[in-house]
Design a protein around this ligand. Sequence first.
Ligand code: KIV
Length: 315
Amino acid sequence: MTDNIKPKINLQTLKTYKEKKIPVAWITAYDFPVSYIAEKSGIDMILVGDSGGMVQLGYKTTNSVTMDEMITLAKAVRKGAPNTFIIGDMPQGSYEVSDEDAVRNALRFVKEAGCDAIKLEGGKRVSSRLKAINDSGILAMGHLGLTPQSAGSFGGYRVQCKTIKSYEQNLDDALVLQEAGAFAILLEAMPPEPAGQIASQLKIPIYGIGAGNLVDGQLLIAHDLLGFYNDFRPHFAKCFIPEVINSFSENIFPISNLKKYGVEERNDGLLHISELAIRKYVEEVKSGLFPDLNYNYNLKENELNELINSNKWLK
Ligand code: KIV
């Protein structure tokens, strides 16, 4: 397998990808090995998600993770992926209090951990924070749909945009974030059609996690993609290990091929099978194969008919 270190993505690349309808493939990472393989596998971007609080640090929800912990995770990710566009996820408590607080914590991601951008959850209620961060010269992206930090106020982890009210609220929030300077927005847990409407009504790239393939790119949590966390795995989160397990075991180098000294090119362990799985994910995202119907929140006919009646639905 040859290394595939691409030039680091920038805003212009992301805009061009949207215009040319080239889907962006990104994953989360929280440590050195996964970010190292992610970069090697040709991933476009990495999110150091606050989901790391659950899948890496073992908290029950993302709400416990602190800014200091996020910085430690992000530093390790930068070391593993020196050439990749990395987004630091603002944890709960790092941006709610004031614009100044939000800018100070966003700056920590850039200065201490070498991140290229930050992400924060919420719509109108965080637009002044996003604008302040953007005005300070740090790239900021939004996160709408299901926003885990405030899942309690939605009554738990619930699929969004199944009603006109929820769809219009998310579309309005997306427009406000675009106006505030967001360079992109992530939509979480919604059916493909409303997500696609939001993507086609905004100028900036709109990415999805559990939001179908009518958006401008896909995010998956690394531990879901690799089947490394079983406490909670939503059905859209495809594990790519079964698709590569046969080629992995059939192609292990014989021991006699290994070098005696220096860096050994072993392909018999977790690093290699994870690389195959991430490459498969990138391939399926780029070709539009992932996510298919099995990994969507599909609407019933009557639900779609209701949404289409919205005045904010492009006919
Ligand atoms: O923290 C994270 O990984 C995220 C995803 C759930 C979208 O924000």
